[in-house]
Design a protein. Structure first.
Length: 254
């Protein structure tokens, strides 16, 4: 009887979690029509190209996004490009994080974005596994559309946008595509932040920095004098989960 009750509760919890909203705040790209095209610059080394190509293909299956790969030079520093997403990798150090997604906001809209994979961890046997690499790549690229996590309890919802401790979900699921529809079909904008405008000043210093640490990730929001913001999502390594507050986020760009 106890087992039956537990199974019912688990099913109910899963259903409630799976149907939850999981946008990343209200962040989205400004665009004047749907579907819209976002270009992802490949600044990865060749051993990540297969994973980036798969992530682009999977997210391109959305009915509101046309995702196009753009060739780029390998770049560990991962300097953002206005109106585009850039994907990079490098040995950023044993600083606790597997992947980082960053978005720049102008007028409340995403204006440029990056996704970085930390080879310091992905060279270790426990992480140097194709499905784990794909899970993290898929998730960091997904954040750059304005998606959050479907679940943050560790439950496995069969999506790269969950916190499953096995890191074995290489693709989005149907609810991720539905959430993109919710974000982007609710309205269109009078202007576009896609492939337009000037890049943010990389030398600018924020006036205010806020940090929110959770079990498996941290969100860092930097606000600048002109009102623009940079928001960073840090995905911590499995052995770091629950201890995020102990780690200072280092970009490791140099």
């Amino acid at each position: 009887m106890i087992a039956v009750v537990a199974a019912i509760l688990l099913t109910a919890t899963f259903a409630a979690t799976a149907s939850a909203e999981h946008s990343w705040s209200n962040y989205h790209w400004a665009r004047t029509s749907n579907p819209f095209t976002v270009r992802v610059i490949d600044a990865n080394t060749s051993n990540w190209d297969t994973h980036l190509n798969a992530a682009i293909s999977d997210w391109d299956a959305s009915t509101v996004l046309d995702v196009v790969r753009e060739a780029g030079a390998e770049e560990k520093r991962c300097r953002a490009v206005s109106g585009k997403v850039k994907s990079c990798n490098g040995s950023y150090g044993q600083n606790g994080w597997l992947g980082v997604a960053q978005i720049w906001l102008s007028g409340g809209h995403i204006s440029q974005a990056t996704a970085k994979m930390n080879d310091t961890y992905f060279s270790m046997p426990q992480y140097n596994v194709p499905v784990k690499r794909q899970h993290v790549m898929c998730q960091e690229i997904g954040h750059d559309w304005g998606l959050g996590h479907q679940d943050e309890s560790g439950a496995d919802l069969n999506t790269c946008m969950d916190y499953a401790s096995a890191l074995d979900n290489p693709k989005p699921n149907a609810h991720d595509y539905d959430q993109l529809k919710t974000i982007y079909l609710s309205h269109v904008d009078s202007t576009s932040t896609i492939a337009a405008g000037l890049a943010a000043d990389a030398s600018a210093r924020p006036e205010r920095v806020e940090r929110n640490d959770r079990i498996a990730d941290s969100i860092i929001t930097e606000t600048y004098r002109d009102g623009t913001q940079k928001v960073t999502h840090v995905l911590w390594a499995l052995e770091t989960r629950g201890r995020a507050a102990e780690h200072a986020f280092g970009h490791g760009n140099d």
